[in-house]
Design a protein around this ligand. Sequence first.
Ligand code: TEU
Length: 531
Amino acid sequence: MEKNSYKDQIVYQIYPRSFSDSQSDGVGDIKGIVDKLDYLKDLGITTIWLSPIFSSPMEDGGYDIADYYHVDSLFGTDEDLDLLLKESKKRGLKILLDLVVNHTSDKHHWFLEAKKSKDNPYHDYYVWREKPNTLKSTFGGSAWEYNAETNEYYLHLFAKGQPDLNWQNPALRNDIYKMMNYWLDKGVYGFRMDVIENIGKDPDNLITANGPTLHPILQEMAASTFAKKDSMTVGETWCSNAETRVLYTDPKRHELNMVFLFDDFSHFENPKYGKWVRKPFVMKELREIIFHRQMVEQEKSWDTLYWNNHDLPRALNRYIDLKYRGEGAKMLLAANLFMRGTPFIYQGDEIGMVNGSFRSKEEYRDIETLNAYDELKSKGLDNKSIEKAIREVSRDNARVPMQWSSKAHFGFSNGQPWLKCSDDGIAWTVEEETKNPRSVLSFYKKALLIWKDRQFRDLLKDGKFIPQYEESDCLWSYRRIHEGKTLEVIANFSNQTQKLPKIEGQIILHNYNYRLSDNLRPYEAIVIYKD
Ligand code: TEU
């Protein structure tokens, strides 16, 4: 069995609801993804991470699963998923499923049974207590909800409709492993693991992440499922850092391949209002966090190279002066693509998509966003500031329908989209960007070809990461060195022209049309190779 194939993958995350609608009902679906497989192959990605497509009441965008074995009719049929697996394989594309096993939907039959009585065989698949403690839900309010049939409370770290599973119960664990093996046997390459840090929780001691039983459970999960195959696993872990993530990723521990830390996003949160009110962006602070991930325990960790996902406001809006939207989008790719780790591209990154253009509460759909109005008011924020906070940070910003062409709704759907499309002009569409050799999309294709080129594979996989010009407030620069070969990235992560340091070697990638003497223009990035 091939080992470590995950180190040669470029992952593209699809949020199916907003990717491509083949049924004209305004919602993206699996057949819509099948229709775009040639586009993805041509882009140069190798693996697709699908956000959840299983049966769900869609209280939390599908992250509330009611049946792990069947596709929700919103997204199509089980046969459509089989077709996607088959057509992806034909094109040499791998599929990661989104494993949401910290909780289910309250419509899952396990929960419908569990809530009936304390001696129901499924009752202890969930977490019940006689009375609530002070644990809070991420989506606002208490993390405990009363259940009259059994006169007790169940735990939900997210929405009330997302009861937490009790991972202390071996019967539950075995049912999850059985489901995981079912999908692995159907040809799924692996899993993105939703809030996997929470499954070892110890709620009586108010411990929700990185609990005492977490790593033994992950080792049991690996041994019982994906460790037996050539697979990829990536955990979502908001409460770890570059030092503690090795508990998940050290190959000797036989747990996961890598994790998303999100410390780059959380760092700019406001102590009182959390992610909703951002501290001013300071490039040096962002660079330090991301470079630090590269420097710590390189032999025990493998990084995730991402800027965006379905939960985050677009990085272009967080970090770039949008007067330079195209240059900035290309610079962001060049800035992290050549680091040590697996690149993750979120749908729309490749065409420079930015946040949505929401103007009223009625236009939002995300449960976390809609709950935030009351949550922020209760923390004393005035209405104007609440509107601004939500406009800038809502997860719906990342879920704006994909922009394919100049047709109605950007060619995403012939029906009324479930979520408002952006106010973008047609320049920021796949159709227009495909025609333009200087577009963000064209740059992505070129950069991914370089990344996959055998000439650079060992250097990018095993090369030492050396940061440089860290005294600069504007330069984002590092070298990768391996067996006498050097790949160097020098990016101007600012909207002001900077002096270009001395460079040696051949420029193999550049995000402007031409070089300009010894300056780096706003967001200008160059990648140099020397052997
Ligand atoms: O997200 C976990 C999570 O905590 C983030 O959504 C966080 O609440 C915030 O939105 C980011 O600042 C995962 C999934 O990615 C998310 O879509 C789900 O809503 C959540 O778990 C529950 O499954």
